[in-house]
Ligand binder design. Structure first.
Ligand code: HEM
Length: 393
């Protein structure tokens, strides 16, 4: 699988799936779960298939954001923290963010390049939106490009270490430094909002956490602000880039969502997530011997749940490689996970992708790829999107 970096992986995933729902990959030294049902069984059963953070070093938890952060919690504490997030990020709760935080950022991004008649939309649009929206939600100066870029770079340093081997060395020093800087940035905001609540994300976290999470205090708010900041960035940026790519390269879709931006646009957001994802996979480790769809997995085995393959499994989706804006159950894909770790930022993610597309279509109706520039490719490996997206309008 390692050889698929920067390549379109979907044909290879189809070949792998012919060998069974789980296939052993000696290069990655883990099982690849390539069928929809296998991924769903594994991710729904956290008692058997543990998150990697369950038994991990304290240093990794600290650098990841802190030991009370939602992604490293398990059991009752995890369930309680999920209640906090799901309430404060419900469709109803985030509605107030649309006009106060989301649309100003999106329109500002277009204002910056509209007069030029050309742009590179991965960097100037897809990446700009979630980073600036989250800064705005935290009450940081979101027009401060240097600060917003710096936050993204700190997150990259952390993911580069936590997401990989996380041993000692230069990467760990960079990740520790990044984590310290992020704590220095967020801690004063967390302390200030304890007394002065507003409409922002950190204030909502305080208010909801105090209701639903026993012993909720500065530590919990800090760690979970860090979780939201890192969870929202690259994932949503990739999804926006993928949506723009599919819009620019599929004339039928282009027509359908230009003509009617209500139902078809919502379906398009789901089909973008299903077809291209943005996080291609998530790891789990078997906490005991288990059998998944006839395949024996031993205690301690690592499993890579390949959502990008599961989301094109022909036994679950008819015409799995095609965009179908009339699919039954359009939201049952695994791009945002399933079960006890279903993404708690999913409604905000959908709002950003949807509003990002809607505004682009309305404000730049002549948008098209620039044929004189490099063609977009499906770049990177685990966090992927099409790019570059050089456009004219
Ligand atoms: C298209 C954009 C997004 C994608 C594809 C995505 C994907 C995912 C996935 C696959 C997981 C499960 C991780 C695992 O258990 O291994 C997850 C969890 C999570 N996501 Fe997202 N996410 C997106 C946007 C967001 C946003 C906007 C936020 C924050 C506001 C966010 C915050 C989180 C958090 C805090 C978790 C941990 C949930 C838990 O452990 O219970 N995500 N996301």
């Amino acid at each position: 699988m390692l050889s698929l970096a920067n390549e379109e992986p979907f044909q290879a995933y189809d070949e792998l799936r012919k060998r069974g729902p789980l296939v052993w990959d000696p290069g990655m030294n883990c099982w690849l779960a390539v069928s929809y049902d296998a991924c769903k069984i594994i991710e729904t059963d956290e008692d058997t298939f543990h998150i990697l953070y369950a038994d991990i070093d304290e240093k990794v938890r600290e650098i990841n954001g802190g030991s009370t952060g939602i992604t490293v919690l398990t059991g009752e504490k995890h369930a309680a923290m999920r209640r906090v997030f799901l309430k404060m990020l419900s469709p109803h709760s985030i509605e107030k963010y649309r006009t106060a935080h989301v649309l100003p950022v999106i329109n500002d991004a277009i204002d910056r390049f509209q007069k030029r008649g050309s742009a590179e939309l991965v960097e100037e649009y897809a990446q700009a939106i979630p980073e600036r929206v989250m800064a705005s939600l935290f009450g940081l100066p979101w027009r401060d490009d240097a600060l917003v870029k710096q936050i993204a770079l700190w997150h990259k340093d952390i993911v580069a270490w936590v997401g990989m081997a996380h041993g000692p060395g230069e990467l760990m020093i960079k990740a520790q430094l990044a984590s310290d800087r992020l704590n220095e940035l967020f801690l004063p905001l967390v302390i200030e909002r304890k007394e002065n609540r507003g409409d922002d994300f950190i204030s909502s976290l305080w208010t909801q956490g105090e209701k639903d999470y026993p012993g909720f205090g500065v530590t919990e708010v800090l760690h979970n602000t860090r979780e939201a900041a890192v969870g929202a960035g690259e994932t949503t940026a990739n999804a926006i880039a993928n949506a723009v790519y599919l819009y620019l390269t599929n004339s039928e879709v282009h027509q359908a969502i230009t003509a009617d931006q209500e139902g078809p646009l919502n379906s398009f957001v789901e089909e973008t997530l299903r077809l291209l994802g943005s996080l291609q996979w998530r790891f789990r480790v078997a906490g005991r011997d288990a059998t998944v769809l006839g395949v024996d997995v031993k205690k301690g085995d690592l499993i890579c749940n390949l959502h990008a393959a599961a989301n094109r499994d022909p036994s679950h989706y008819g015409c799995p490689h095609a965009i179908d804006l009339a699919r039954k159950a359009p939201t049952d894909h695994l791009a945002l996970n399933v079960g006890p770790r279903l993404c708690v930022g999913m409604h905000l993610a959908r709002m950003l992708i949807r509003e990002g597309m809607k505004t682009l279509i309305e404000r730049l109706p002549e948008l098209r790829l620039d044929p004189s520039k490099e063609k977009p490719r499906f770049r990177n490996f685990s966090h992927r999107s099409y790019g570059p997206l050089n456009v004219l309008f």
